[in-house]
Design a protein around this ligand. Sequence first.
Ligand SMILES: [Fe+2]
Length: 193
Amino acid sequence: MTRDVWDRLLAEARRAHTGSAALSEFCAFPDDLAAQDVTAFPIAAAELMAREAGFAPGPNPFRDAFVAAGPLAMWRETYKGTDIGEDFMARFGCYCLIGAGGAFASQKMWAWVVYMPADLHYRWHHHPAEEAYYVIDGTAEFFRYGEAPERLGAKTVSVHRSNQPHAMTTHEAPVMAYVVWRNGFETPPVLTE
Ligand SMILES: [Fe+2]
């Protein structure tokens, strides 16, 4: 039963990924996926995402599959122990689908969901991994160092170069994004000073 939830989510991820020219160009959907066990680890933002009322009305199968798998997921606390603040720790949500702590392993691509409710700022951060954000629902303002800020909505993509600082702000709407890395898996993100 648990595996069914993950398999449905993976199918939606594959469908969205292969259906997006920008994502497919960034990284092919991996062909080396292997199932792995997940230890559920809920955080406060998991509940916020489950009850989020600000997404677009009607079904969105990819979004709804990430919500459905939320109670089974190992939610991340990437910035615990930093000075990022209690409000961010209480409201920022992320869990892995493909990669360490996720329901699937791959040597070629890692993938997460990132959820932010309205009116939240994700500070400048960076990592060696090359990264693409694909907006599933909602809207966010994306900041990439050296480029103009850009408001992105559903089915649009923001690509971040290796170690290019980036940040994200939600305004009146929440955002849910599918985030993929194509390399640099061994080094987690750090806040940019
Ligand atoms: Fe990033």
